[in-house]
Write a protein that binds this ligand. Structure first.
Ligand code: R5P
Length: 296
């Protein structure tokens, strides 16, 4: 077909699964960090279509390496470079909240659009815009929902809870096929790690198996606040499913201390909690793109 997946070491497992699903070869970018912090990027020879796979958690150095790799792939055989970034960073800041702030969503969106021919991601954190192509202009920018993958992990859930209004879309999408009961909380954020959550109807959690659903676990404090309320209300068990888990080891320990027995996320971000593979979702979205390219 003239396509290959090219990835970075930390994403090798998830990228390898995707390559297997698509029947494509998978190769790794060689990286070397100089003592001054710069990165040396070396790519393998590329077929005409390179699919660069990298999640953008901890994004600053990764973004620079990604842009260098895209340029090097074009110089080494690629006529088009598609980016698969299961977790896409810098999508939250879609306006300057205070004078002088960079609108990072726009800047990073334009940067990616300038270096890639298409972008595929999962549940980007969009607030005031509806479509990813409003942030990443002029190239096909595809945003997939992980809801079907999260739904497959629900087991014997009796009640689904979203901690804030933003989580409503995932909670309702997951609940609908099984007609599960849903509660949606209200969140007030007072700082990076300071959140207050209220959940109307929380008494319905008493004695039931509850699954908290969110798109991203960052500091984990949103879910800590929600879990504390559910525990006080007498939930029999509390689990979490989320699309992206960015939380540190300490954050995860805090989540368990709040009463959450199990936390599962997709493999969008490498880590021990990323046990729900996005492979089939990504492969199903990439197949028509590759077929269209093959016809050109
Ligand atoms: C909010 O809009 C998101 O859906 C998450 O609830 C939020 O980003 C989680 O952040 P943290 O884990 O830091 O509370």
């Amino acid at each position: 077909m003239g396509a290959a997946i090219v990835t970075f070491g930390e994403c090798a497992q998830a990228a390898g699964r995707l390559a297997d699903a698509l029947g494509l070869p998978c190769a790794e970018v060689e990286l070397r960090r100089f003592p001054d912090g710069e990165s040396l990027v070396r790519v393998p020879p590329s077929p005409p279509t390179a699919i660069l796979y990298r999640s953008l958690d901890d994004p600053n150095a990764k973004l620079v390496e990604l842009v260098l790799a895209a340029a090097a792939l074009r110089e080494n055989g690629a006529r088009r470079v598609l980016l698969v970034a299961p977790y896409l960073a810098y999508m939250r800041q879609d306006m300057a909240f205070r004078p002088g702030e960079a609108v990072s969503q726009r800047v990073i969106g334009q940067l990616l659009a300038a270096h890639f021919d298409a972008l595929l991601t999962v549940d980007p954190h969009l607030h005031r815009i509806e479509r990813l192509d409003q942030a990443v202009p002029d190239i096909p920018a595809i945003s997939l929902s992980a809801a079907p993958v999260l739904a497959s992990a629900l087991n014997d859930a009796e009640l689904l809870v979203g901690p804030d209004s933003e989580s409503r879309q995932w909670v309702e999408a997951i609940a609908a096929p099984r007609r599960l009961e849903v509660l949606i909380g209200e969140k007030q954020r007072n700082g990076d790690r300071e959140v207050a959550v209220t959940i109307q109807g929380i008494e319905r959690a008493a004695g039931r198996s509850v699954v908290l659903v969110d798109d991203v676990i960052s500091s984990g404090m949103t879910l800590v606040a929600a879990a504390q309320l559910l525990k006080q209300a007498g939930a029999r068990s509390i689990e979490v499913v989320a699309t992206h888990c960015l939380a540190s080891r300490e954050d995860i320990a805090r989540l368990h201390a709040a009463g959450i027995s199990r936390i599962r996320a997709t493999d969008s971000v490498p880590g021990p909690l990323g046990c729900l593979p996005l492979t089939q979702l990504l492969a199903a979205a990439l197949e028509p793109q590759l077929a269209a390219i093959a016809l050109r």
